[in-house]
Design a protein around this ligand. Structure first.
Ligand code: ZN
Length: 321
């Protein structure tokens, strides 16, 4: 079962129509939360463009072109997928560009797919911009990213944007509950942290996210952390990001709790008792100010700035009480 790897049929259909009308652009940017099937859709587009056997508007998945693409052996279809948080280096971009200049080996259309273009180094981005300006004929470039804000304007302005619709919180919670036997209160939590992406929600299950977020709450938010643990947390940007996300969701819940909310609008329903106790220690105004400070800190982290000092300042208000 590869449900999470499903491509988006309606987006594929749009590409089929554009292709038929000969109105395909050279570069597209797929935007949507991680795990929603952006790369899978890009690969489906590559198969559609090159399938030797498929019905109109679809690929067959069995011809030699489809098989080569599925197994990563197609000479004219290149996927750069470095994994979460890994930067895309200039060497990779250069190799891709050199293949872009070559005549296609067997493809009707060469397709280049770069996952998480927000992770490209500045050098790589520069090398790449030239190609976006002078695209080779018969080639299609598909970039993916989780959020448009993270991508250079110079890249964005040269691509056609394709937005992937995320599942509504309600639908996602229902799927997680019905298909994956998740408890109601957790389904809601996953809806928040997976941002409407079933793939992301499943990944959160795999990494035992509920335990993880509760550990972060217990060790870093509800009590003063050990200096060494703080240091090791801040040393890893991915971990810091998860921590800030948990902190942000906790502050949001604290504000709601203070306003009298007690139902499943809360993300941390599983910790409602702690939430109540936490909210009691602050006035509404104090919680609002704390929440704003956390939002600012998230922005600093997104800009790759050091958050140690602002975190300690916020910490003084969290851990003092
Ligand atoms: Zn095929």
């Amino acid at each position: 079962m590869q449900q999470e790897l499903q491509f988006d049929h309606s987006i594929l259909k749009k590409f089929a129509v554009l292709d038929k009308k000969k109105r395909l652009a050279h570069a597209y940017l797929f935007i949507g939360p991680s795990g929603i099937g952006k790369v899978e859709t890009a690969v489906a587009v590559a198969k559609l463009m090159n399938c030797q056997d498929g019905p109109e508007g679809m690929f067959c998945d069995t011809c030699s072109s489809c098989v080569k693409i599925n197994t990563g052996n197609h000479p004219d279809v290149v996927v750069i997928d470095n994994g979460e948080g890994e930067s895309i280096k200039i060497e990779q971009i250069r190799e891709l560009l050199s293949r872009n200049r070559l005549r296609a080996f067997m493809a009707d259309k060469k397709v280049f797919i770069i996952k998480n273009i927000e992770n490209v180094t500045p050098d790589g981005a520069n090398a790449f911009l030239k190609t976006l300006e002078e695209p080779a004929a018969e080639s299609l470039l598909i970039l993916t990213a989780a959020a448009p804000e993270t991508i250079l304007d110079t890249v964005k302005s040269r691509c056609h944007m394709v937005h992937f619709p995320s599942m509504s919180g309600h639908d996602l919670a229902r799927r997680m509950r019905d298909d994956h036997g998740m408890e109601e209160e957790n389904a809601h939590l996953f809806t928040y942290f997976a941002q409407g992406s079933l793939g992301a929600a499943k990944k959160l299950t795999e990494i035992r996210f509920v335990e993880k977020k509760n550990r972060l709450l217990d060790e870093f938010i509800l009590t003063r952390p050990q200096e060494a643990s703080m240091k090791s947390l801040l040393a890893k940007k991915d971990e810091t990001k998860v921590f800030l996300n948990v902190l942000l969701s906790w502050m949001r819940d604290a504000l709601l709790t203070k306003a009298g909310v007690r139902d499943n609008r809360l993300i941390h329903m599983d910790r409602i008792k702690d939430l109540n106790e936490f909210a009691k220690k602050y006035t509404f105004e104090e919680l609002k100010a704390l929440n704003e400070s956390v939002v600012k800190m998230c922005r600093l982290l997104a800009d790759n700035l050091n958050i140690k000092l602002p975190l300690l300042i916020i910490g003084e208000q969290l851990w003092r009480r």
